[in-house]
Design a protein around this ligand. Structure first.
Ligand SMILES: Cc1cc2nc3c(=O)[nH]c(=O)nc-3n(C[C@H](O)[C@H](O)[C@H](O)COP(=O)(O)OP(=O)(O)OC[C@H]3O[C@@H](n4cnc5c(N)ncnc54)[C@H](O)[C@@H]3O)c2cc1C
Ligand code: FES
Length: 306
C-alpha cells in the first residue's frame, strides 16, 4: 500500500481546540518554494499509527492540520510527551504530507531519549508540533528536465517527498538509495518510491539503484560511485540529495564537476527550529552563515561550505 493509499484509508481530523493551545509561537515566517508565505505555528497532532519498520526505525502516521500547509522538504518540530525536563522538540522531515486528509508520515531512527519516547506514542495519543519549518525543495526550472535523487539512510524521507513533488508535476527522475545495510526501512521507502511510477502517469523512478556498504541489498558500494556512473550517461538537469554529510559533500562535488544544479537538505542540531536561537549555522561559500532551520534545510549545494 502506498503512503497515499494509507492517507486515504486512515486519515481523520484533530481539533485544535480539543488539544489545547495552538497559537503562534513566534513571528517566524517561511517562504513557500512555490510562492507565498505561511507562518510557523504550533499545531496539534494525533497519532494514527506508530510502528517499527526496521530495527531502530519507526514510521509514524499522524493527523494534523499543518499537513495541508507543508511543502516537500520542509520539516516539523515535535513535542514528545513524557518528560518535562526535556525542553527541546525533535525536528523531523516527512515522507508524505497528505493535505486533503490532514495526514503526515514520518520515518525516524530511534537514536536517543526523544525519539525513544516518540516510539512509545500510541494511536490516539496527542501532542503538538511546530510547522511548517524552513524552506523545501524547489522544482527544476526546465519543465522537461530530468532529475536524479540521491538519498542515504534516514535521509530518505524528504527525498521520497521530493519524488512525490516531481511525480505530481510530471518530472521524470532516477534515484540512488544508499544505506549501511539492507534493512526493511530502506525497502519500505523504496516501495513508496517505486509505487509512484504508474500512479502519477510520468516517467518516474525509471531507474532505482540501491547501494549498501555490505552488499546485503542492491550493489555493494557508495551512492557517489553509482552517481558517477549515472551522470556520465544521463544529462540530468538537477540533483536532489539528503543523507549523511560526507555523502552529500561527495554528491555536491560531483554535481559541481558536471555543472549540474544540486539541492541538498542539511541537518544541524536545532534548538528552536524557527530562527530564534542561532544554533544551527551553515557556513556559506559567499561568506557568513545561514540558519539551517529558517534558510534551509534545503540549500543550493554550491552555496554551502562542505
Ligand atoms: C531538519 C531535520 C530533519 C530531520 N529529519 C529526520 C528524519 O526524517 N528522520 C530521522 O530519523 N531523523 C531526522 N532528523 C534527526 C533527528 O532530529 C534527531 O535524530 C533527533 O532529534 C534525535 O533526538 P533524540 O532526543 O532521540 O536524541 P538525542 O538524545 O538528542 O541525541 C542522540 C544522538 O542524535 C544526535 N542528534 C540529536 N539531534 C540531532 C539533529 N537535529 N541532527 C542531527 N543529529 C542529532 C546527537 O548528537 C546524538 O548523537 C532530522 C533533523 C533535522 C535537523
Ligand atoms: S534552531 Fe534556532 S535558529 Fe535554527
Amino acid at each position: 500500500m502506498s503512503g497515499r493509499d494509507v492517507g486515504r484509508a486512515t486519515a481523520g481530523r484533530v481539533s485544535a481546540g480539543a488539544l489545547g493551545d495552538a497559537g503562534p509561537v513566534a513571528a517566524a515566517r517561511v517562504t513557500k518554494p512555490h510562492g507565498g508565505a505561511v507562518h510557523t505555528q504550533v499545531h496539534p497532532f494525533e497519532v494514527r499509527t506508530n510502528e517499527p519498520v526496521a530495527e531502530g526505525v519507526w514510521c509514524m502516521r499522524c493527523a494534523t492540520p499543518v499537513a495541508a500547509e507543508l511543502e516537500p522538504g520542509q520539516f516539523v518540530n515535535l513535542q514528545v510527551p513524557g518528560d518535562g525536563s526535556h525542553l527541546l522538540r525533535v525536528p523531523l522531515s516527512f515522507s508524505l504530507a497528505d493535505g486533503a486528509n490532514e495526514l503526515l508520515e514520518l520515518v525516524y531512527a530511534v537514536v536517543g531519549e526523544g525519539t525513544e519516547r516518540l516510539s512509545a506514542m500510541r494511536p490516539g495519543d496527542t501532542s503538538t508540533l511546530v510547522g511548517p519549518c524552513g524552506n523545501g525543495w524547489k522544482m527544476p526550472s526546465e519543465a522537461n528536465g530530468r532529475a536524479l535523487l540521491v538519498a542515504g539512510g534516514v535521509g530518505m524521507p524528504p527525498v521520497v517527498a521530493c519524488a512525490r513533488m516531481l511525480a505530481q508535476n510530471g518530472v521524470g527522475f532516477d534515484a540512488i538509495v544508499g544505506a549501511q545495510t539492507g534493512s526493511r526501512h530502506v525497502e519500505f521507502l523504496l516501495d513508496e518510491l517505486r509505487g509512484m511510477a504508474p500512479n502519477e502517469g510520468c516517467d518516474c523512478a525509471r531507474k532505482v539503484v540501491v547501494c549498501t556498504d555490505d552488499g546485503t541489498l542492491g550493489v555493494r558500494g557508495f551512492t557517489t560511485a553509482a552517481m558517477a556512473d549515472l551522470i556520465a550517461d544521463h544529462p540530468y538537469e538537477i540533483i536532489y540529495t539528503c543523507g549523511p554529510q560526507p555523502m552529500m559533500a561527495g554528491v555536491a562535488r560531483l554535481a559541481a564537476q558536471r555543472g549540474v544544479a544540486c539541492q541538498a537538505s542539511l541537518e544541524r542540531m536545532m534548538g528552536c527550529g524557527f530562527g530564534a536561537c542561532s544554533c544551527c549555522n551553515v557556513e556559506l561559500t559567499a561568506g557568513g552563515y545561514a540558519l539551517c532551520c529558517k534558510d534551509g534545510p534545503v540549500f543550493d549545494a554550491r552555496e554551502v561550505v562542505w
